[in-house]
Design a protein around this ligand. Structure first.
Ligand code: SF4
Ligand code: SF4
Length: 732
């Protein structure tokens, strides 16, 4: 060992010792913070499926690759990080001796070849990612980007480190080539040989370059250890557990977001018959009341901003960005952690848990952070502004896009639950809807005995459950379908088509009540459970004696479709629920319905969030339209899983939209830009929102917003009087 190697070895050992010590400290701190969260025992079920899902999602980059170039570039950088870590390890042998290398595999040509290929592709990948970050920098001319609000220096820092480590990998090899210490052939390592051709034959170059590579790598480790909230770096490690512990890992890829997380206290679902707000946690009032998985979510965020770029609230100038929400919760959790770890915190009656002595030596910043309300305005020092909380439409675009499976919607609804159930603090205009749900069983407050009024004027009898001996489908009409004028047309169209196709179906009529979706999404789990339990009881009675496969329900409202199909199981109601577009597509495909006159004038289709993104029903409505219209469907730029919300989900239908541009107007502009004269929808709420948007633009005469079922009915029964006037019942 020469004098240069003595210096490089000491340097490498010293910086590594410091880095490892800091990293261990950082990991212990992160684990301690995450453990502050509430129990979530359901995250430990089915470990094999979880492991498989984690491997598929990470190795396959299932979310990222949907972003084309950036996904591919990130994949190579990720693989480069894993494989080329071996080269960092090898550098520890190279600082000691100029011809050092990894024992055993370090001499295999295949090792030389693989690391060479990954090194080159990693270099290309990181340059692409750097270019993308620069091109999308928030300060660029032209407005907000997905990186707006991200900690940009951290992203640049990580990218430069990766670039330099990769470059020094080739420099080390180049010096080995130049000094004849390189054993891999040119065909396997052409870039290394090319670099060697331009480097001097400096004998100590290998050790010096290896030391620099180690110093760069350890500088990275030191910086991230001193910044435990640096998700852009930590996600390299945290993404694996975060995906492993994701909600519903068994849901087949591409089958939608699934049910909302039930309200839990101490890890157990809350039963309102026994729940006590002084003993049980009602939603989330403090950051430590999220589960540990929630705190892991916040720690894992890479600040990539994919969620933000798709969020309808953010894109229409509202203060909500799912990324910024997650970052605020993360920063708050880590800043408050010293207080919590010292024994601080409020019990469920609001009393401080810690003694004076426990808090005596605490940092004032941690104490100040602990005093912040989780939900509050800037003047109140709140972590999350109420306008942020109430802007969410629960459209799921953020969850859909997040490459590390962060569960924004569950966290947002958990915070809403506390605000609604304990604080009674929510946009006042939604109070009418909640009162109507409690008192009348529907958000409009319509008398229950008018639920069947939509059947009037039909030229066939609509059977009721109990009046017919048997039926194949229970037609779940929904509140909109029963009471809202436009939606009633869809209900009649569906009933007419089912009758035409000879499908045996029956309705609950006055036995039906609201599915509970708006109550659940606004955070009123109590009202949701009240309504849902009543419906589950009614439905179980209607299907008594039938196995699940024969408990078939067809729903026209995607919110009912989602709630009945995905969420009633939490309350003992297991049903096979289809959306009417799925059943209609099947009836057309099997020849039970025959479109005879194509609808012309151009048609575009708006994917409802709770049908498309939440439940992955993209094809059926398009199949129906494909059979019913002239020419091809004209797609909007944002369609299918990247569809843009209409603005009504998450109970936003019942709240005023006071901030920014109206979401429905944004969507309508996109629809109208296609030139289509018909905007087909599959949801009564989308129908209302888009109709309002079209009328607001004064385009009601040129553009018509109607349900897919009504388009099909026009094609199947063109002679039937239809059209825009409610006084002309479809099918009647
Ligand atoms: S669910 Fe939709 S509206 Fe809510 S934060 Fe996510 S993207 Fe935004
Ligand atoms: S929440 Fe997910 S999608 Fe959004 S910035 Fe963080 S990692 Fe990216």
């Amino acid at each position: 060992m020469g004098s240069v190697q003595i210096v490089t070895t000491i340097l490498a050992a010293a910086i590594t010792a410091v880095a490892v010590w800091l990293a261990v400290r950082a990991v212990l701190k992160m684990v301690a913070v995450i453990r502050l969260g509430q129990p979530a025992p359901e995250r430990f079920t089915d470990k094999i499926t979880r492991a498989r899902t984690m491997l598929v999602e990470t190795a396959g980059h299932t979310r990222m690759l949907k972003w084309g170039v950036v996904g591919a570039a990130h994949w190579f950088v990720m693989v480069g990080f894993v494989v080329l870590s071996l080269l960092v390890l090898e550098a520890y042998f190279e600082v000691v001796t100029t011809d050092g290398g990894l024992p055993i595999i370090g001499h295999w040509t295949i090792f030389g070849l693989v690391t060479e290929i990954i090194g080159v592709l990693g270099l290309v990948g990181i340059l692409v990612l750097m270019a993308i970050r620069l091109r999308n920098r928030p300060t660029r001319p032209g407005g907000r980007s997905r990186f707006t609000g991200s900690t940009m220096w951290q992203g640049y820092f990580v990218e430069w480190i990766v670039l330099l480590v990769l470059i020094f990998g080739f420099v080390i090899r180049g010096f080995k080539v130049a000094t004849d210490h390189f054993e891999f052939p040119v065909w396997a390592t052409p870039v290394s040989h090319a670099v060697g051709a331009v480097l001097p034959a400096w004998a100590d170059g290998v050790s010096v370059a290896a030391a620099i590579k180690i110093i760069i790598s350890m500088t990275w480790l030191i910086v991230i250890s001193l910044n435990v909230t640096m998700g852009v770096a930590w996600h390299r490690f945290l993404a694996f557990p975060n995906i492993f512990f994701k909600r519903e890992p068994a849901r087949p890829a591409g089958s939608g977001l699934g049910a909302l997380r039930p309200m839990t206290s101490q890890g157990k679902p809350l039963d309102f018959e026994e729940a006590d707000p002084e003993k049980d946690q009602f939603g989330v009032a403090h950051v430590e009341q999220f589960t540990w998985k929630g705190l892991l979510d916040f720690s894992t965020c890479t600040e990539c901003g994919r969620c933000q770029s798709q969020c309808p609230a953010w894109n229409t100038g509202k203060p909500l960005s799912p990324k910024l929400l997650v970052l605020s919760l993360r920063d708050h959790a880590y800043a408050k952690a010293p207080y919590l770890l010292a024994g601080g915190g409020k019990d469920l009656t609001g009393e401080e848990k810690a003694t004076q002595a426990q808090l005596a030596h605490l940092d004032v910043l941690a104490l100040a952070e602990a005093d912040k309300p989780l939900i509050g305005t800037a003047e109140e020092g709140g972590v999350i502004d109420p306008d942020v909380l109430w802007s969410c439409t629960t459209c799921g675009a953020c969850v859909e896009q997040c490459p590390v499976d962060i569960e924004h919607v569950d966290h947002i609804v958990d915070m809403r639950r506390y605000q609604v159930l304990i604080e009674s603090s929510f946009p006042s205009e939604a109070g009418v809807m909640l009162r109507n749900l409690e008192n009348k069983g529907n958000p409009w407050g319509a008398p229950q005995n008018t639920r069947e009024d939509w059947t009037k004027g039909l030229d066939f009898e609509v059977p009721r459950v109990g009046e017919v001996d048997d039926f194949e489908y229970l037609f779940w009409v929904g509140c909109a379908g029963a009471f809202e004028d436009r939606a009633k047309k869809t209900t009649r169209a569906v009933a007419t088509l089912l009758n035409e196709a000879g499908v045996s179906f029956a309705i609950l009529g006055e036995g039906e009540t609201c599915s509970g979706d708006p109550a659940r999404r606004i955070g009123n789990e109590f009202v949701f459970q009240m309504l849902a339990q009543q419906n589950v009881e009614t439905l179980n009675e209607a299907f008594e004696g039938r196995e699940k496969a024969k408990r078939k329900i067809v729903a026209t409202c995607p919110h009912c479709f989602n709630t009945l199909g995905n969420e009633y199981g939490q309350l003992g109601g297991e049903f096979e629920v289809v959306h009417h577009t799925q059943l209609l597509a099947h009836l057309v495909a099997t020849g039970k319905l025959t479109p005879v006159q194509p609808v012309d004038g151009g048609v575009t289709y708006h994917d409802p969030c709770y049908l498309g993104r939440h439940n992955r029903v993209f094809a059926a409505p398009r199949e129906v339209l494909g059979d019913a219209i002239e020419g091809d469907l004209t797609e909007m730029p944002r369609n299918s899983e990247r569809s843009f919300c209409c603005g009504a989900g998450g109970a936003r239908m019942w709240m005023e939209e006071k901030i920014g541009k109206r979401i429905n107007v944004d969507r309508v502009e996109e629809a109208m830009a296609t030139g289509a004269r018909t905007v087909a929808v599959g949801c009564p709420f989308c129908s209302t929102m888009l109709n309002d948007g079209v009328n607001g633009k004064g385009a009601g005469e040129q553009v018509e917003v109607i349900d897919v079922a009504s388009v099909l009915l026009r094609s199947v029964k063109p002679q039937q009087p239809q059209g825009g006037k409610e006084t002309t019942p479809v099918g009647g």
